[in-house]
Design a binder for this molecule. Sequence first.
Ligand SMILES: NC(=O)C1=CN([C@@H]2O[C@H](COP(=O)(O)OP(=O)(O)OC[C@H]3O[C@@H](n4cnc5c(N)ncnc54)[C@H](O)[C@@H]3O)[C@@H](O)[C@H]2O)C=CC1
Ligand SMILES: O=C(O)[C@@H]1CCC=N1
Length: 269
Amino acid sequence: MEQRIGFIGIGNMGNAILQGILASNIVPGTQIYVYDPQLDKGQALNQSYSINNLESARDVARESDIVFIAVKPNIIVDVLNDIQKELKKNTIVISIAAGVTIKTIAKCVGYEQKIVRVMPNTPALVNAAMCSITPNTEVTDEELTIVESLLNCIGATEIVPEYLIDAVVGASGSSPAFVFMFIEALADGAVKGGLARKQAYKFAAQAVLGSAKLLLETGKHPGELKDMVCSPAGTTIEGVQMLEEKGFRAAILDAVEAAIKKSKDLSEK
Ligand SMILES: NC(=O)C1=CN([C@@H]2O[C@H](COP(=O)(O)OP(=O)(O)OC[C@H]3O[C@@H](n4cnc5c(N)ncnc54)[C@H](O)[C@@H]3O)[C@@H](O)[C@H]2O)C=CC1
Ligand SMILES: O=C(O)[C@@H]1CCC=N1
């Protein structure tokens, strides 16, 4: 890929995307420009890849053809206003901020600028992200394909219209936190049953990982896969009944709905 890629903010998510792109070798480190105030100026970052650690967000914007803005939502407007004059006509601005709309971004960088909203999740740190991608009308199909191939370096992608990003937040942006709570609870139960804590996390996490893989790879309905585990008069159906009694499905549905609502509220601010 010949484009120069910028990163403004390389915390959890920015760094995960950066590492995925570096590991995939689709862009050489010499074509990557980063700025994060938490890095010392000139600090060697990924020395073996020779990436460029610049002194300001503006410097990154000036050098880049595609720039990832991976700062917290509360400062993104300031960052966009700061870099706006440095963007070229064809620079693609990619925001991963939750609750910051394309309109808000366009107000800062101009309505003719190419803008893409992406909603990733923390499994990006282990190349297992799920990212939604939403381009504005200035982005061509060819440019969208380039953005997709960059994000495919950290996991799977789907293109969605902007009004569905809030639902993506509920389904995959925020949901890793819910899944970790589930794994923690599974392990607590196993510890109660006598398993050592460390082994309990391994059994619980591998069961979640394997179940997700089984669903994705077979394409079967989750209900059918659940039924495959429930032997007549067996152990599992006892647990299933307990989850139904305690309102497990309703609790998850409510949690996702709450995350979606918050995402919508943030977007409307
Ligand atoms: N953490 C998550 O699960 C997800 C986060 N996001 C979005 O990703 C964005 C980043 O979140 P995280 O990586 O979790 O946060 P983080 O706090 O780990 O990273 C933000 C980085 O921005 C840097 N920064 C602060 N001011 C800056 C400036 N003026 N210029 C350049 N860099 C600056 C900070 O030093 C920090 O390293 C947020 O907008 C969030 O909404 C989206 C999906 C999932
Ligand atoms: O909690 C948040 O606001 C971010 C966005 C999606 C996941 N984490």
